[in-house]
Design a protein around this ligand. Structure first.
Ligand code: PAF
Length: 281
C-alpha cells in the first residue's frame, strides 16, 4: 500500500491509474468494522481502492472534540494493508487548508436541519473537504455509511448539483452485538455511558416495530421514543425526527418508501447519532 501525504505526490500516483475504476472511502481514521465494510465493498467493485484519513478541522465547531478525536495511524494502516487497499492519502492540516484558505462549499437547506441545528457549520466543513478530496482522487465510486445518513444525503445532493462524475454508494449501519451503531466516538463511553447509549438503538428498534405493526403517526412515534429516552437521566436528547429521505422535510405520516427516522443524543460529553430508513438513500 502506498501512503501519500502531499497533493503533488498524490497527483503523480493517480496518473498511474488512468483507465481503471477507482473506489474511494474518505475517513477520519480510527477505523472500525463500519469503515472496513465500505473498504471491502470498494475492493469488490473497483480495480483500485483509495482511502483517505484526515481529521477535518472544518467540520468541528468551537468546543467540539477536534483535539481529542481518536487517532491511531499504526493500527489503521495495518487494517488497510490487510484488506488490500492500494493507496492511503494521509495529508496534514496545512496541506488541505493553507493559511489563507477561504473557499467553502455548502448544500444550503439540507445542512440546516437535524444535526445541522446544533452543529451549524458541520456540513459545510464536510462538503468542502469531501469536494476537495473528490477533486483530487477523481473516483468512479465513493462509499459512505448510513449511520451518517444526513451526511450521505447531503453529499449525494452536492454530487448532483455540481454534476460530479461519480457514483455514491451508501452502505448499511454496522452495529456491535448489543445493537450500538459503530462509531469512532464510542471509545469515549464509560461502561455506564455505554449502557445508557444502548437505549438509542433500542428506541429506534421499538419505532421500527411500531411502524411494521401499522403505526403511521409520526408525532406519536416521536413522543414514544422521547418518553423512553427520558427514562434515563444521563441522556440529553438533541433531536428525534421523522423526515423524508429525499428532502429531509418533517413528515406527519410514515411514507414506506421515503422516510428517515433519526435521533441524536448526548451521554456525558459524547454525542451519538443513529437512524433507520424506509426506502433508499
Ligand atoms: O464521515 C466522516 O468520517 C467524515 O465526515 C468525512 C466524510 C471523512 C469527511 O471528513
Amino acid at each position: 500500500m502506498r501512503i501519500i501525504k502531499t497533493i503533488s505526490g498524490f497527483r503523480t500516483e493517480r496518473k498511474k491509474y488512468a483507465n481503471q475504476t477507482i473506489g474511494f472511502i474518505p475517513t477520519m481514521g480510527y477505523l472500525h468494522q463500519g469503515h472496513l465494510c465500505l473498504i471491502d465493498q470498494s475492493i469488490k467493485e473497483n480495480d483500485i481502492t483509495i482511502v483517505s484519513i484526515f481529521v477535518n478541522p472544518a467540520q468541528f465547531g468551537p468546543g467540539e472534540d477536534f483535539n481529542r478525536y481518536p487517532r491511531d495511524l499504526k493500527t489503521d494502516t495495518k487494517h488497510l494493508k490487510q484488506r488490500g487497499v492500494d493507496v492511503l492519502f494521509f495529508p496534514e492540516n496545512k496541506t488541505m487548508y493553507r493559511d489563507d484558505f477561504s473557499t467553502y462549499v455548502e448544500v444550503t437547506d439540507l445542512g440546516k436541519v437535524l444535526c445541522g441545528k446544533s452543529r451549524p457549520t458541520h456540513f459545510r466543513g464536510v462538503t468542502t473537504v469531501v469536494l476537495k478530496l473528490f477533486n483530487l482522487v477523481q473516483p468512479s465510486m465513493a462509499y459512505f455509511g448510513q449511520k451518517d445518513a444526513q451526511q450521505a444525503i447531503i453529499i449525494k445532493k452536492m454530487v448532483r448539483d455540481l454534476d460530479l462524475d461519480l457514483h455514491i454508494r451508501v452502505m448499511p449501519i454496522v452495529r456491535d452485538e448489543d445493537g450500538l451503531a459503530l462509531s469512532s466516538r464510542n471509545r469515549y463511553l464509560s461502561a455506564s455511558d455505554r449502557r445508557s447509549a444502548l437505549l438509542l438503538s433500542k428506541v429506534l428498534e421499538m419505532a421500527k416495530k411500531l411502524i411494521s405493526d401499522g403505526q403511521k403517526d409520526c408525532s406519536y412515534l416521536i413522543e414514544t421514543m422521547r418518553n423512553n429516552l427520558k427514562a434515563d437521566s444521563s441522556i440529553v436528547i438533541d433531536y428525534i425526527e421523522i423526515v423524508s429521505l429525499s428532502h429531509l422535510r418533517k413528515l406527519e405520516k410514515i411514507n414506506p418508501k421515503n422516510t428517515l427516522v433519526a435521533a441524536a443524543i448526548k451521554v456525558g460529553t459524547t454525542r451519538l447519532i443513529d437512524n433507520f430508513i424506509l426506502g433508499e438513500i
